[in-house]
Design a protein around this ligand. Structure first.
Ligand code: IPM
Ligand code: MG
Length: 361
């Protein structure tokens, strides 16, 4: 009998619906090949949810996600909602989803595909062979620390406040994920912090250092975040696995993504201790090209592959998709974000069709 999975689809905003549609088509092909039966349910998040219900994360959406085996999310946000107060913005929906599902570990791989080496803004010899995994803490740090808000001082001046805080247990659980991840890769872990200035980082460094004793096979180094940003651009091949807090991880994962030529190629996995994981591209909703059939659907498709690997335990199906993506690029087709001379330009739907043709061969 076919293995059955309930997948919640969260298309969100901007290019979201276009790239989710391609991923669903791809998953259907994969389902046939690997005897997997996907039951898809769509739910609202972000601006689309604000427009329909007034809130960025309706309770029904969180329920649907909790009752599924995994969640495939596209992207949220757009100009239209940019002036709303922060708790009503699309971004609050995404943060609420991460917190509501307890997704404390965010895995963001940045791997150079040889086919795309010319799409990188860095020299080929600098980026060739880059294969980095950023493990970003996702439900703590300055994104969630209290106090937060815009308050009035005694003199009547406004003062914006956020708090960067980590408890020992929050550091330990993300640290363990990072050491385990490094162990399955090349055995090198670089912990990124700002321990020369921030107390929260001093505690972070202490705990990560203590954990290292349990992973003698992993080589641990520490780096300040400003230096890490520089080293990522200067000599990215020195990195294997990076572990860092929520804000530093947000910034460094965009930088790492760009090494590969386009943020349009990179998937991510957000995982908790148990329950449904959320799989989403690292890129955003790209409102400037929404609805124009110009988006690159491959990061979303590769997110579906991560879903098969990390939440559904279907590594062969994940490999199949990843190989298909390499092959379709090999055939010389490109979306606008990764186009280079001599390649054929395709829109979002056509790229999806080209991929499916490869997968069905
Ligand atoms: C990301 C995004 C989000 C974040 C935004 C949209 C809230 O930039 O997933 O990296 O800051 O975490
Ligand atoms: Mg980001």
């Amino acid at each position: 009998m076919a293995q059955q999975y309930r997948i919640t689809l969260l298309p969100g905003d901007g290019i979201g619906p276009e790239i989710i549609a391609v991923s669903v088509d791809v998953l259907k092909v994969v389902g046939k090949k690997f005897d997997i039966d996907f039951e898809f349910q769509e739910a609202l998040i972000g601006g689309a949810a604000i427009d329909a219900t007034g809130e960025p994360l309706p309770a029904a959406t969180l329920d649907t996600c909790r009752n599924s085996d995994a969640v495939l999310l596209a992207a949220i946000g757009g100009y239209k909602w940019d002036t709303l107060p922060s708790h009503l913005r699309p971004e609050a929906g995404l943060l609420g989803l991460r917190a509501g599902l307890g997704l404390f570990a965010n895995l963001r791989p940045a791997k150079i595909l040889p086919q795309l080496i010319d799409a990188s803004s860095l020299k080929p010899e600098v980026v060739e062979g880059v294969d980095i995994m950023v493990v970003r803490e996702l439900t703590g740090g300055i994104y969630f620390g209290k106090p937060k808000g815009i308050f009035e001082t005694e003199t009547g001046e406004k003062r914006g406040v956020n708090t960067m805080a980590y408890t020992e247990s929050e550091i330990d659980r993300i640290g363990k994920v990072a050491f385990e991840t490094a162990r399955k890769r090349r055995g090198k872990l670089c912990s990124v912090d700002k321990a020369n200035v921030l107390e929260v980082s001093q505690l972070w460094r202490d705990r990560i250092t203590k954990l290292a004793a349990e992973y003698p096979d992993v080589e641990l180094t520490h780096m300040y975040v400003d230096n890490a940003a520089m080293q990522l651009l200067r000599a990215p091949k020195q990195f294997d696995t990076i572990v860092t807090g929520n804000l530093f991880g947000d910034i460094l994962s965009d930088a790492a993504a760009m090494l590969t030529g386009s943020i349009g190629m990179l998937p991510s996995a957000s995982l908790g201790a148990s329950g449904a994981g959320v799989f989403e591209p690292v890129h955003g909703s790209a409102p400037d090209i929404a609805g124009q059939d110009k988006a690159n659907p491959l990061a979303q498709v590769l997110s579906a592959a991560m879903m098969l690997r990390y939440s559904l335990n279907q590594p062969a199906a994940a490999d199949f998709i990843e190989q298909g993506v390499l092959q379709v690029l090999e055939s010389g087709v490109r979306t606008g974000d990764i186009i280079s001379p001599g390649m054929k330009l395709l829109g979002c739907q056509a790229m999806g069709k080209a991929l499916i043709q490869v997968l069905e061969q």
